[in-house]
Design a binder for this molecule. Structure first.
Ligand SMILES: Cc1cc2nc3c(=O)[nH]c(=O)nc-3n(C[C@H](O)[C@H](O)[C@H](O)COP(=O)(O)OP(=O)(O)OC[C@H]3O[C@@H](n4cnc5c(N)ncnc54)[C@H](O)[C@@H]3O)c2cc1C
Ligand SMILES: NC(=O)c1ccc[n+]([C@@H]2O[C@H](COP(=O)([O-])OP(=O)(O)OC[C@H]3O[C@@H](n4cnc5c(N)ncnc54)[C@H](O)[C@@H]3O)[C@@H](O)[C@H]2O)c1
Length: 477
């Protein structure tokens, strides 16, 4: 007999958990289906272990950058302690704590691989191979995340390269590591493994962090090189072969790199085999409307089917996915109870910030923190843009924070409306500055009002004042 719930959520990553939680808080019953660990990629193989692994190196460098503290740093990182701390943050890859949370939130869990098998219907293949059929009274939410892409480079698969999963599960540090890719994973993990003592080479086929303001990749790249990373821009791997314990990688600039391990950091792809053809849809990244309902081939929303988080590829970041999840869970409940739906720009049930104010932090060292649009993206979107830059190192708060602090901040102003369209901060420990910018962008705070938001002295936030001074104070008419 099929089991019935108001809402079925496929995938218990951070996004699926939040869709289910909001639906339950909205008075509905919910079940999540999970075939690995409750908590998803983010908790066990991505955000959490990577940040836990990166922080000790960053903390050590922070102490080394302050005269007086520097003298107290007498050794290097304790690699096994760093790995152990990482393992504690993922609870030894055991999801008992997260399962307990699901129970406390009133959400049922079915273990196994789920697929859509008809309208409002999901079939789950359990760990024992048995099948269960679940039926949803109101909605099915596909929150199945993404998986790493392994590019089609001859010999690469046979060399059994690391993806983020193996890299973040590792119990030992390879003697040498070749990273393929120039995005966020590459920028973060190249530095992380260099801190742990690996000899790291990075092959970037274009530029580092190409979706960000150009100075972000330049500053992160220069810092990686200072830490001994061999960063090769505009270079691609053409073949890989195994030679004893080594991987031999041939590159398109004629060079050969011999390493003990290869890490692919070349992006993500959607989960396969989600059964969507059973309801006339194609697989792949799932396009959605502003309330996260999947769009069919005609661009019309499928009334009962939602795709949230990485699965829709709007803004593949945990916090943006959880933001979507709050909107999706709430709108599913609103529709189920026949309550009004608020799906206009910045509406309660619309994930507007995905387009206008996605926030991101690259936890490289220096960090890159960005919200909204880059200058190039704003121009491409047809905005009349003015760009204001400031040297973050010239602010008193930064000089006190670290000797010789270097950093840069860019404010992208939408001149038509006199508001900020995007901000990027690059520098040590700038992540916590970002939310001020997110509030300015989402609140569409006029620049002349920002003069009344007074940054405390001497903090790095004084860069806001410097940016406003460079932009110019308005004169009353
Ligand atoms: C190395 C790395 C570091 C990252 N660091 C950050 C960071 O610092 N900050 C940040 O915001 N983002 C970060 N990200 C991105 C972040 O991990 C994702 O955006 C986030 O995990 C998306 O959450 P999700 O719930 O959509 O998907 P996931 O976390 O991928 O969860 C999906 C879940 O669905 C399950 N599943 C899939 N298919 C099925 C099925 N058919 N049946 C049952 N279950 C299924 C999976 O097992 C998984 O548990 C990082 C990514 C990587 C690779
Ligand atoms: N701090 C964070 O928020 C954080 C950290 C890590 C990852 N993430 C997210 O996880 C996702 C995955 O990150 P990622 O770095 O793997 O992807 P990405 O899309 O950020 O970068 C992929 C990189 O691989 C390169 N590439 C793609 N195919 C290639 C090929 N065949 N050969 C050589 N290079 C190739 C691209 O040019 C790009 O430089 C992203 O959405 C990212 O935002 C977020």
């Amino acid at each position: 007999m099929p089991e019935s719930y108001d809402v079925i959520v496929l995938g218990a990553g951070p996004v699926g958990e939040n869709v289910a939680d909001r639906a339950v808080q909205g008075g509905l019953s919910a079940v999540v289906v999970e075939d690995r660990l409750v908590g998803g990629e983010c908790s066990y193989w991505a955000c959490i272990p990577s940040k836990a692994l990166l922080r000790p190196g960053e903390a050590r460098r922070a102490a080394l950058a302050v005269d007086g503290a520097r003298q107290g740093v007498t050794g290097g990182l304790d690699v096994s302690a760093v790995l152990e701390r990482r393992t504690s943050f993922v609870s030894g890859w055991d999801d008992a704590g997260q399962v307990e949370w699901l129970e406390s939130a009133g959400i049922d869990l079915v273990r196994g691989r789920g697929r859509v098998s008809g309208t409002r219907q999901v079939t789950v293949t359990g760990p024992d191979g048995g099948e269960r059929v679940l039926v949803a009274r109101h909605a099915v939410a596909v929150c199945t995340g993404s998986r790493p892409v392994v590019p089609d480079i001859p010999g690469l698969r046979d060399a059994r390269p690391w993806t983020n999963r193996e890299a973040l599960e590792t119990q030992e540090v390879p003697e040498s590591l070749l990273v393929i890719g120039g995005g966020v994973v590459a920028a973060e993990l190249a530095g992380g493994f260099a801190d742990l003592g690996a000899r790291v080479t990075v092959l970037v086929r274009s530029t580092l962090l190409s979706g960000y303001e150009p100075f972000a990749g330049e500053r992160v790249g220069a810092a990686l090189e200072e830490r001994g990373v061999d960063l090769r821009l505009g270079v691609s791997a053409t073949s890989v072969r195994v030679d004893g314990d080594e991987r031999v990688v041939e590159c398109d600039d004629g060079s050969t790199v011999r390493v003990s391990q290869v890490l692919v950091a070349t992006g993500r792809e959607p989960q396969p085999d989600l059964g969507l053809e059973s309801v006339g849809l194609e697989g792949g990244w799932l396009p959605v409307d502003e309330t996260l309902r999947v769009l069919d081939g005609e661009g019309e929303p499928v009334e009962w089917l939602y795709a949230v988080g990485d699965a829709n590829h709007r803004s593949p970041l945990t916090h943006q996915g959880k933001y979507q999840a709050r909107a999706a869970g709430d709108v599913i409940a609103a529709r189920a109870h026949g309550r009004p739906v608020d799906d206009g720009r910045w509406g309660v049930h619309a994930a507007t910030a995905d387009h206008l104010a996605p926030a991101q932090v690259v936890f490289a060292d220096p960090q890159v923190a960005m919200v909204g649009m880059t200058a190039a993206a704003a121009e491409e979107a047809g905005l009349r843009v003015r760009v204001v830059d400031h040297d973050l190192g010239a602010v008193s708060g930064a000089a006190i924070h670290a000797d010789g602090y270097t950093g840069q901040v860019r404010m992208v102003v939408d001149e038509e409306r006199g508001v900020i369209a995007g901000m990027t901060f690059v520098g040590a420990e700038v992540a916590e500055l970002l939310h001020s910018a997110s509030i300015a962008v989402v609140g569409e705070v006029p620049l002349d009002r920002l003069w009344h938001a007074v940054p405390a002295f001497p903090t790095m936030s004084e860069v806001w004042l410097r940016l406003l001074e460079s932009y110019g104070r308005p004169h009353p008419a």
